[in-house]
Design a protein around this ligand. Structure first.
Ligand SMILES: CC(C)(COP(=O)(O)OP(=O)(O)OC[C@H]1O[C@@H](n2cnc3c(N)ncnc32)[C@H](O)[C@@H]1OP(=O)(O)O)[C@@H](O)C(=O)NCCC(=O)NCCS
Length: 227
C-alpha cells in the first residue's frame, strides 16, 4: 500500500458474511434492492455466493466513498449495482442522489468478495485471488516474454502476478477477450501493449499505479489512475 490514505476505498466481504446474508431474508432486504434480489434469485446456486460477496463489498466501499467524499449517508439497498453489456459493474443511484457514480470494481474468490471505489476523477480496478499453487503452464499463458517466472513453488508470487494483471485489465474495462500478457506489472506501475495499451491511450494515457493488499489466504491488487 502507499503511505497515507490511498486514492480509493477498498472493502472486503468474507464468504461467511455473504452466506449468512443469503440465509437471512431480513438482512437480504436491508442490503439489496428488489431488482438486485430478483437477479440474485435467478443465478445458479454456485454463483449466488460470489455475486453476494462482491456486491456486499461494493456497497460497503461505495457507502464509505459517498460519506467521505460527499457527506451522503447512503443505505446499502439504494446503492443498486448491476452489470453493463460488457460485464462491468455499474451503479444505479436513487433520483436526486447528491453525488455522481464513481469508478468502482468488484472481484470474488473462495475467501470472499473485494471491491474498490476510486476517488473522484480516477479509475480503479480490483482483483482478489486465493493463494494456491498454479500449474506452470497456466502462469506461462498469462506471463509476457521476459517477465520474471513465478513457479508453482511460489504461490504468493503467482497470486501477485495474476491479481496485478487482472486489476489493470478491469481498470481499463476489459473483459474475457483481454490478453493478460499485454499487461506487465512493474515496481512503479504497469507496462501495457496491444489492446490494453489502446484502451489506456483512449483514456488519455493516465499514470497507472498498482497497490497490493490481502486477507487471510488471498491476495488483492488494486490498479488506479493518477499520481
Ligand atoms: C471478465 C473478467 C473481469 C473476469 O475476472 P475473474 O477473475 O473471472 O472474476 P473476478 O471475480 O475477479 O471478477 C468478476 C467481476 O468482474 C467484473 N467485470 C466483469 N467484466 C468486466 C469488465 N469488462 N471490466 C471490468 N470489470 C468487469 C464484474 O463485476 C464481475 O463480478 P459480478 O459479475 O459478480 O459483478 C476478466 O478480467 C477476465 O476474465 N479476464 C481474462 C484475462 C486473463 O486471461 N486473465 C488471466 C489472469 S491474469
Amino acid at each position: 500500500m502507499t503511505t497515507g490514505r490511498p486514492p480509493y476505498r477498498l472493502a472486503f466481504c468474507p464468504r461467511l458474511e455473504a452466506e449468512r446474508t443469503l440465509e437471512d431474508p431480513i438482512l437480504l432486504e436491508k442490503r439489496f434492492s428488489p431488482r438486485e434480489l430478483a437477479e440474485l434469485e435467478a443465478l445458479p446456486e454456485r454463483r449466488k455466493l460470489d455475486r453476494a460477496s462482491g456486491r456486499l463489498a461494493a456497497k460497503r466501499a461505495l457507502a464509505a466513498h459517498f460519506l467521505g467524499e460527499h457527506g451522503w449517508e447512503a443505505d446499502a439497498r439504494e446503492l443498486e449495482v448491476f452489470n453493463d453489456d460488457a460485464g462491468r459493474p455499474r451503479l444505479r443511484l436513487p433520483k436526486g442522489a447528491p453525488a455522481p457514480e464513481p469508478s468502482f470494481s468488484i472481484s470474488h474468490c473462495a475467501q470472499g468478495g473485494a471491491a474498490a471505489v476510486a476517488a473522484p476523477g480516477r479509475l480503479v480496478g480490483v482483483d482478489i485471488e486465493t493463494i494456491v499453487p498454479r500449474p506452470a503452464d497456466v502462469i506461462a499463458f498469462v506471463a509476457s516474454p521476459g517477465e520474471p517466472a513465478a513457479g508453482p513453488n511460489d504461490p504468493e508470487a503467482q497470486a501477485r502476478l495474476w491479481t496485478g494483471k487482472e486489476a489493470a485489465l478491469k481498470m481499463l474495462g476489459l473483459g474475457l477477450d483481454a490478453d493478460a500478457r499485454a499487461v506487465r506489472p512493474e515496481a512503479d506501475g504497469v507496462t501495457l501493449t496491444g489492446a490494453p495499451a489502446k484502451a489506456w491511450t483512449a483514456l488519455g494515457s493516465p499514470r497507472v499505479r498498482l497497490d497490493y493488499d490481502g486477507v487471510e489466504g488471498a491476495r488483492i491488487a488494486v490498479a488506479y489512475t493518477g499520481d
